[in-house]
Write a protein that binds this ligand. Structure first.
Ligand SMILES: [Zn+2]
Length: 365
């Protein structure tokens, strides 16, 4: 790969605005660059399903051996318009007014540069599939709606992690709860004894719910408490949301039961009733550490002088949906730092290293 060309590529990509829902220009740029390599990009028209003017781009470079999918997302968070990168002391930053967009254009640039190097060289490559998605930042929408029937690979490398060398092989099962409390209204001054206070029920339950880390495997959160009303009326309605994420399905189920029991106990105390709506956001993802995929990626990092570190996350990324669709997926760190803020940056050396890792992975086995 060509370091200077990689740097120019990254600068060109971040200068092409692509906040979530507005990725069209960047989708076009990537399509043109793929076409210039003689690769036919295929559009997955998921824009209308995501509320975006963009699309997912799928493409394939034939080769010999086991196919491998490389994936990165095309959208950035806000503020991501008119990004004007500055290179200082070997580090690329925004000018402080916007994000840099290394999340995830470092991933996109590394994939495109490695691919270009593979196409230019006479060295054999494995079959390489690429999936660039939109609207990752707004709830993994592009990967959720992607057309997986096009994809042959059973393994995928998602380039959307932070620390260079990190390999995320576990993400949690994730459930959301919407809880509505039904009480009884009454005049708060004249006949409070006739009321059943829905807001007190909700806050009583919330006060007893654990939030944050629960052991090593689970996290919980509660939010969005709503009980609009006037102080002279006992509130008869309250609602709130909660979520549970766990690397253990068993623990998830037990936290779910405990949460429901807490709410029901509070209802009994206050003479109210509840309706609990539960929905699953994602299933757990786990690629075993001794899998061929993790061994291959770890080797490529080591050959590039980087120690691989296998990690779990409580967050989601496109790997979640790839995995839901039967593709064993890991999320690999590309060196981006301070993401989702105006201090976002990436070291030039890290960008070069991840592109080298990808070039190794794209080579024939
Ligand atoms: Zn990202």
């Amino acid at each position: 790969m060509n370091q200077e060309r990689l740097l120019q590529r990254f600068i060109r990509y971040v200068a092409c605005d692509s906040e979530s829902y507005d990725e069209r220009e960047f989708c076009r740029m990537i399509e043109e660059e793929l076409a210039s390599l003689g690769i036919v990009p295929k559009r997955q028209e998921v824009g209308p399903l995501c509320g975006s003017n963009g699309w997912n781009t799928y493409s394939m470079l034939p080769g010999t051996g086991t196919p491998l999918l490389f994936s990165a997302h095309l959208d950035t968070v806000s503020p991501g318009k008119n990004i004007s990168p500055v290179i200082e002391g070997g580090v690329i930053r925004s000018n402080g007014e916007t994000v840099l967009g290394a999340d995830d254009k470092a991933g996109v640039a590394a994939v495109m540069e490695a691919l270009t190097a593979v196409v230019e060289s006479n060295v054999k490559n494995r079959p390489i599939e690429l999936l660039f998605t939109i609207c990752e930042e707004t709830g993994l929408l592009g990967s959720k709606h992607a057309d997986y029937s096009m994809i042959e690979s059973r393994d995928a490398v998602v380039l959307d992690g932070e620390e260079l060398g990190s390999i995320i092989n576990r993400s949690p099962a994730h459930m959301k709860l919407h809880i509505e409390i039904q009480g009884r209204s009454a005049h708060a001054g004249v006949s409070p004894e006739l009321g059943a206070n829905a807001l007190k029920t909700a806050t009583d339950a919330i006060a007893q719910m654990q939030c944050g880390y629960i052991g090593d495997l689970s996290v919980m959160n509660v939010a969005n408490l709503l009980a609009p009303g006037k102080t002279n009326i006992v509130p008869d309605k309250a609602a709130f949301d909660a979520e549970i994420r766990s690397h253990s399905e068993e623990e998830l189920q037990s936290l779910l039961c405990r949460t429901k029991e807490l709410v029901q106990d509070s209802c009994r105390r206050y003479g109210t009733s509840c309706a609990i709506d539960e929905s699953r956001v994602s299933n757990p993802l786990h690629v075993p550490e001794d899998s061929a995929l993790i061994r291959t990626v770890s080797d490529a990092f080591r050959k590039t002088g980087i120690a691989p570190v296998i990690q779990k996350t409580f967050g989601g990324c496109d790997a979640t949906w790839l995995s839901e669709n039967g593709i064993a997926s890991i999320n690999v760190g590309v060196g981006m730092k301070g993401v989702h803020g105006c201090s976002e940056h990436i070291a030039v050396d890290d960008l070069v290293s991840i592109a080298k890792v990808l070039e190794l992975l794209m080579g024939a086995e």
